[in-house]
Design a protein around this ligand. Structure first.
Ligand SMILES: *[C@@H]1O[C@H](CO)[C@@H](O)[C@H](O)[C@H]1NC(C)=O
Ligand SMILES: *[C@@H]1O[C@H](CO)[C@@H](O)[C@H](O)[C@H]1NC(C)=O
Length: 305
């Protein structure tokens, strides 16, 4: 082959690589996620419609490092227990839903807002002991239930951002290294001290965090499309380089509701290549409603445009 031809081939290759990089930079995702099990409503996985053309994550809510005493649950320094609705969300139900839908994965979420009407606090005795206890108790639950990932949802803190960063960051790294989980997400919202803790974690361990389940439903009720898009840009720059997912609640909480234009905002983001995925709080609250907004979310993610 002569050198001119070689040069043209190299140029062609370079052009292809550049085009490929551009496509990767602006790419939408097809990830749909829904929290399930935080309220005792006997919701089951099979209640929730699954579109075969999305990537679907159920997120069990919650595993908490508290004792399971029904009168006064107290912190256990990283020894996690199952607090989700375990009447219906059992290990065999996890296996059944994953066998029925090859696009379904199941994660568990750590922490949550409250248990028995009291706030759940992130309260490690020490960083090292918390991590040790968390790795062993979470690994045990994940193996028992055949789960795929974790979500971090602490909302109250008895620790500084640095202890939170080291405990959670190292927990995620160890669980990934041990191949116990294949993905991890965090679920912050726009309030302090929530953001200061999660932003500190993001700065140091963001490379190990696959998705940011930003709780857009924690904004005021009656949020409109333009406000929502502004909030999205703010959080996209806070969690720079991350896959910030958009969200709404079916529990009557705040943010931009489907009837106020949530899907209009999603289409806008999709046209800009910024829609990585949608998540919903929660299947328990949607039970009995026909899951119309879940269907609409998945159809929007699955559609080519
Ligand atoms: C959930 O199931 C349990 C056990 O079958 C039953 O005792 C309880 O009443 C059910 N709760 C609801 C809200 O349906
Ligand atoms: C959205 O809400 C903001 C704040 O209330 C208001 O200033 C703005 O006009 C609203 N935008 C639309 C399109 O209604």
């Amino acid at each position: 082959m002569d050198s001119l031809m070689l040069i043209s081939l190299l140029m062609l290759q370079y052009l292809c690589i550049s085009l490929f990089s551009i496509q990767v930079a602006a790419t939408n995702g097809k990830l749909f996620r829904e929290y399930i099990g935080a309220e005792s409503k006997n919701v089951t996985f099979s209640d929730v419609p699954v579109n075969p053309n999305v990537e679907f994550h159920f997120i069990l809510s919650f595993a908490i490092d508290y004792t399971t005493s029904s009168t006064s649950p107290s912190p256990t320094n990283g020894h996690f227990n199952v607090f989700w609705d375990s009447n219906t969300l059992t290990p065999s139900q996890v296996s059944a839903i994953k066998a029925r839908h090859s696009n379904v994965k199941v994660a568990l979420s750590l922490g949550g807002d409250s248990v028995s009407n009291r706030n759940v606090y992130f309260q490690p005795t020490s960083v090292t002991s918390w991590i040790q206890n968390a790795v062993s108790s979470i690994t045990k639950i994940i193996k028992e239930y055949n789960l795929d990932g974790i979500d971090i949802d602490y909302e109250h803190f008895s620790s500084d951002p640095n202890a939170f960063t080291e405990c959670i960051g190292r927990l995620i790294v160890i669980l990934k290294q041990n191949r116990v989980i294949s993905f991890a997400s965090i679920a912050p919202y726009d309030d302090d001290p929530v953001q200061s803790h999660y932003l500190a974690l993001w700065r140091k361990y963001g490379n190990f965090i696959d998705y940011v389940n930003f709780q857009f439903y924690a904004y005021d009720k009656g949020t409109n499309v333009s406000q929502f898009l502004r909030f999205f840009e703010i959080q996209r720059s806070n969690y720079r380089g991350g896959k910030v997912l958009v969200s709404f609640g079916t529990d009557g909480s705040g943010g931009l509701s489907p009837k106020n234009g949530f899907f209009t905002a999603c289409s806008r983001l999709k046209s800009q290549g910024k829609l990585h995925g949608i998540f919903v709080w929660s299947a328990d609250d949607s039970k009995g409603t026909g899951f119309g907004f879940e269907k609409q979310s998945q159809a929007l993610l699955a559609s080519p445009k």
